[in-house]
Design a protein around this ligand. Structure first.
Ligand SMILES: C[S@@+](CC[C@H](N)C(=O)[O-])C[C@H]1O[C@@H](n2cnc3c(N)ncnc32)[C@H](O)[C@@H]1O
Length: 130
């Protein structure tokens, strides 16, 4: 993450961690955005706004999953799974045939994550396919 992007994120009042997508996922030809830990869907929305063609996400808490199913009911390019990342990632990967950006964000440390967003850079991976 560049200082410029970090400063821009702070200025716009956004969760700065999402700017990592601009460094790593956006503009690098990734067709898929694959997230673990859907929560309330903000990562999914960011990926849609950033222009990813297909957005996959999984969440193991049923109420959060259902909430996001409602939130993205009109988005045909969003696929959501209910279950743990360990169970869902293999299912997601069955549908991945091109380059993907992985946002591995399934964790129970929400407060820490929001307090220190830059720390979550450790959870971002890029996986080239093919
Ligand atoms: C930090 S929040 C995710 C925030 C979201 N990715 C975003 O960018 O807005 C973490 C979420 O991961 C979920 N979670 C935790 N462990 C999980 C697991 N093993 N499998 C799937 N989801 C998990 C939690 O229930 C929580 O909703």
């Amino acid at each position: 993450m560049t200082k410029e992007l970090f400063d821009k994120g702070i200025k716009e009042g956004k969760i700065v961690a999402y700017y990592l997508f601009k460094d790593l996922g956006v503009g690098t030809g990734c067709k898929y955005f694959i997230e673990t830990g859907t929560h309330i869907g903000n990562g999914v929305q960011y990926a849609l706004d950033a222009g990813f063609e297909q957005v996959f996400s999984c969440e193991f808490m049923q109420d959060r999953y259902k909430e996001c199913m409602d939130r993205f009911v009109d988005n045909d390019n969003v696929s959501l799974w209910l279950g743990t990342s360990v169970d869902c990632i293999p299912e997601m990967l069955k549908q991945v045939d091109e380059k993907a950006c992985f946002w591995l964000d399934a964790n129970r440390r929400l407060m820490t994550w929001y307090s220190f967003p830059a720390v979550s850079s450790a959870w971002v991976l890029i996986k080239p396919i093919g």
